[in-house]
Design a protein around this ligand. Structure first.
Ligand code: ZN
Length: 333
């Protein structure tokens, strides 16, 4: 048994309380490799932003859970070395799908876990979430739960259609499970193809796809039911056009990729939404930078020469999200 407190990590309780009060959101960035983690920590340290490092099922399969935990531990020390005196870094399990997995993460030094039982019938979702909460809270580990179904594909989590969270269920769910935060479905979606062209309209001037707006009325109704309760948005990448263009320019093929406009995320961050998950955008930045090097310097074969530029572009992206979208900069001095 390893306590996250010994590793210098923090849970989400205080982070979220401050974020709701301050009208900003904490970035939750997924990581699978060293360059991504370096970029996240550099961006967070430089902007003094609290940050959540997310480990998904796909990341555990790709990089190994043990290695990822030690990397997060190393990240705390790296942050201090960068001059961030009191790093506010949370290590979070993204989309945990069983009690056993959540327990193993609690026992192994994670400071926060998500139990995603949203695909189960309502009562079963409550029973499983409650079981995880009871275990995690013994060790002061915070728990995110999910109600409602997001569309899209993210690692092994996928659904063809979304079902908005029902506001009339949230009080019962939060009270009976004791969860610390709630992921909701209001129209965000996993992956780089969040909407089909049929779901979008086209901007007559640019010809670009304009996605349907998020259901802020559902968010408002949820906040009215659960005043001050931490809300989480998954699938909140914006799929920046500049990265999609770069990828396509240098030999890639991403037609009609579309994400959530940053304007809408900015609006959400000012509300009780206090954790916004971003994964696809960093994948796009990484791929765009690597493709550019490969196209411009076909003789290059030193991974540092293409992973380095990828890391720089991801760092730029993370800083942009922190400062211009979530507003979390300066909240972890
Ligand atoms: Zn997700």
């Amino acid at each position: 048994m390893v306590s996250y407190k010994e590793l210098g990590l923090v849970n989400t309780r205080e982070m979220f309380a401050k974020a709701i009060k301050g009208g900003y959101a904490i970035p939750a960035f997924n990581f699978n490799n060293m360059e991504q983690l370096q970029a996240i920590i550099k961006a967070s340290a430089e902007t003094k932003s609290p940050v959540i490092l997310q480990v998904s099922k796909g990341a555990r399969n790709y990089a190994n859970q043990t290695l990822l935990r030690y990397m997060a531990q190393g990240a705390v020390e790296y942050a201090k070395e960068l001059g961030w005196e009191h790093p506010q870094i949370c290590l979070h399990l993204d989309h945990g799908d069983s009690f056993e997995l959540c327990k193993s993460c609690v026992d192994f030094g994670f400071s926060s876990v998500m139990i995603d039982a949203s695909s189960l019938p309502y009562e079963e979702n409550i029973a499983l979430t409650k079981k995880v909460v009871e275990y995690a809270h013994k060790y002061d580990v915070t728990v995110e739960a999910e109600l409602g179904v997001l569309a899209g594909v993210e690692d092994e989590v996928s659904s063809a259609v979304s079902h908005y969270t029902k506001p009339e269920e949230v009080v019962d769910f939060a009270t009976r499970t004791g969860c610390d935060s709630l992921a909701i479905s209001i129209g965000t979606s996993h992956g780089a193809y969040k909407f089909t062209p049929e779901q979008c309209t086209r901007d007559p001037k640019t010809g670009k796809l304009v996605p349907p707006p998020l259901a802020f009325d559902v968010l408002d109704a949820i906040m009215e039911q659960l005043p001050g309760f931490p809300i989480v948005l998954h699938g909140s990448s914006s799929v920046p056009q500049e990265y999609v263009d770069m990828i396509n320019q240098y030999g890639g093929k991403l037609p009609d990729a579309v994400g959530i406009p940053e304007e809408q995320l900015r609006k959400a961050a000012k509300s009780a939404v206090c954790k916004i998950n971003i994964d696809s955008d960093s994948r796009l930045a990484f791929t765009a930078a690597v493709r550019k090097v490969f196209a411009e310097k076909p003789g290059e074969f030193d991974p540092r020469k293409y992973c380095g530029p990828a890391r720089d572009l991801m760092e730029e992206l993370y800083k942009h999200k922190i400062i211009n979208v979530l507003g979390s900069n300066g909240h972890a001095e």
